[in-house]
Write a protein of this length. Structure first.
Length: 279
């Protein structure tokens, strides 16, 4: 290692030279074969109704079992999939799989699916969602689509048209990672979101940091007056739940209840949490 370092200037494999583009190419090639090779899996994280103390849904979160890399988290491949357009096919797989798996859950349990900005180009997403619902038999009212604020930046007329078509199918639309992206609240007037998910960065300091308390308070005010459900993301302790309950937040999600887990564990998670939060 010392030798390589000493000759760093002449080294072919110095980061920032050939290694990164090469590694990126390899990742891209592997990613392009992953869907056909059945290497993706959906994990599910429970969403808890903290007014009624019941599990009310699960968020589907994609994982990639790469033979070369092991279990790859979405942050390490979703941005590349978006860049090379592969997110459209991966996203269709996610929608079909999530709807099919959720159709087997108890009827009061919903499923939330993340959808990227790149999936909103054209009108293909509406057809994909329609066919995922039809093929699975899942009631549209049990499906929630999660989008981030970045979607509101460009081409908002087209985005709004697609959002309205999705809503017309009977599902609901959530604003994910609220407060971290687009610095305008005007879009809350142009589209009736059903749910706002307050980003983990604001939940982290709840009860301790005055700024987090104030921001969560303000978001709850917006949700209350616009009739939007508020979900707190990244809840890790009971103190945060106490703070959220005192502010009449509706739902919570985070490691406190469960990390994302394979679909085979969904029923056990429901039973465990429904028992646990009553005590
Ligand atoms: P997200 O939609 O905001 O999902 C929440 C992320 O926070 C998940 O990370 C989850 O594991 C993590 N998380 C949940 N509770 C806690 C907690 O208490 N503490 C901490 N530290 N983290 C918590 P994950 O699964 O790695 O997903 C990251 C992001 O990747 C997601 O953020 C979403 O934007 C994206 N993503 C995941 N699955 C898909 C998908 O199927 N399609 C698309 N387009 N994006 C996806
Ligand atoms: Mg999400
Ligand atoms: Mg989120
Ligand atoms: Mg987040």
């Amino acid at each position: 290692r010392a030798k390589a370092h000493g000759r760093g200037r002449y080294c072919y494999f110095e980061p920032g030279m050939d290694v990164l583009p090469q590694e990126r190419r390899r990742l891209e090639l592997d990613l392009r074969t992953a869907l056909a090779a059945n290497q993706f899996e959906l994990y599910y994280q429970p969403i808890v109704d903290i007014e009624r103390d019941l599990v009310c849904g699960f968020e589907a979160l994609i994982r990639w079992h790469s033979p070369q890399r092991g279990l790859v988290p979405p942050a390490d491949f979703i941005p590349l999939a978006e860049e090379i357009g592969l997110i459209v096919d991966i996203g269709a797989w996610v929608l079909h799989s999530a709807c099919r798996e959720a159709a087997a859950w108890p009827e009061h349990i919903k499923v939330a699916v993340n959808v990227s900005v790149a999936q909103f180009r054209g009108f293909g997403l509406v057809d994909t969602v329609r066919s995922a619902l039809a093929a699975s038999g899942l009631a549209p009212t049990r499906l929630e689509i999660e989008i981030t604020e970045s979607i509101m930046i460009n081409d908002s007329a087209h985005t709004c048209a697609v959002l309205h078509q999705l809503k017309a199918l009977g599902l609901s639309i959530s604003m994910d990672d609220f407060g971290t992206g687009y610095s305008s609240l005007g879009y809350l007037r142009s589209f009736p979101f059903d749910k706002i998910k307050i980003d983990r960065s604001f939940i982290e300091g709840l009860g301790e940091a005055a700024d987090c308390n104030a921001i969560v308070q303000a978001v709850m005010g917006i949700c209350d007056s616009l009739g939007i459900i508020a979900t707190a993301e990244g809840v890790e302790n009971q103190e945060q739940i106490a703070q959220l309950k005192s502010r009449n937040c509706h739902q919570a999600q985070g490691y406190l209840y469960s990390k994302p887990r394979p679909s085979s564990e969904v029923n056990c998670i429901i039973d465990r949490i429904d028992l646990q939060v009553r005590h």
